[in-house]
Design a binder for this molecule. Structure first.
Ligand code: UDP
Ligand code: MG
Length: 201
């Protein structure tokens, strides 16, 4: 049994080394796009969720001001997802306009920009099986009046204009947002010591 686990680890290691060296043959090709391509391939081939799926979660300025950062991180850790990137930033309007490019025509867009630039945000990348969809469920409905108790928005907010947290809404959206907020070198591929207890090797 132990031998099998060691063998699996070696295979995993070899798999990542191969990926890394293949990536180095593709200079300029964004690493998150590479991950996304592999995600799709993995799903289609095996129909198992990709354990390395990633999503962008951000604690918005109201969440930072209200000292909710720790509680929000705790929920994702508790669920069993892996933190692979984290930083605190004062966001520029330019970055935000790219982040919210689909909302530019909405009447609330100017106040959304004002809100999101009103103070620092804590932005993170979390990794794990089905993390995009699961984290949307954990974050809850966009409008806190509709959000279920037990979700972040359902527990910590009362109005759509101050809903505490952002979560990517699709795999494609997550890849786009991760590239926008993080450089590839700032995301870490590391091995959780409890991984074998969280999912099958
Ligand atoms: N928003 C708002 N008023 C609205 C709808 C949305 O202020 O009527 C803000 C809110 O902060 C929301 C963000 O715009 O989180 C992005 O909206 P989206 O529809 O993408 O919701 P989300 O993906 O954040 O749930
Ligand atoms: Mg959205």
């Amino acid at each position: 049994m132990l031998q099998l686990r060691v063998f699996n680890r070696l295979l995993q290691h070899f798999y990542w080394r191969t990926q890394e060296s293949t990536k180095s043959l593709l200079p300029g090709f964004p690493s998150q796009l590479w991950g996304g391509y592999r995600s799709t391939w993995h799903r289609n081939k095996s129909s198992l969720p990709d354990v390395r799926e990633r999503t962008l979660i951000a604690v918005k300025p109201d969440g930072v001001q209200r000292r909710l950062v720790g509680q929000i991180i705790h929920r994702f850790e508790q669920r069993g997802f892996k933190l692979v990137g984290l930083k605190m930033v004062q966001v520029s309007e330019d970055l935000l306009s790219q982040h919210y490019c689909e909302l530019r025509a909405k009447p609330f867009y100017p106040s959304l920009l004002h809100y999101m630039t009103s103070g620092p945000v804590v932005v993170m990348v979390w990794e794990g099986p089905n993390v995009v969809q699961t984290s949307r469920k954990m974050v809850g409905h966009t409008n806190p009046t509709e959000a279920q108790a037990g979700t972040v928005r359902g527990d910590f907010s009362v109005h759509v204009s101050r809903n505490v947290v952002h979560a990517s809404d699709s795999l494609e959206g997550a890849q786009r947002e991760i590239q926008l907020w993080f450089q590839g070198k700032d995301l870490l591929n590391w091995e959780c010591c409890d991984q074998g207890n969280m999912m099958e090797d």
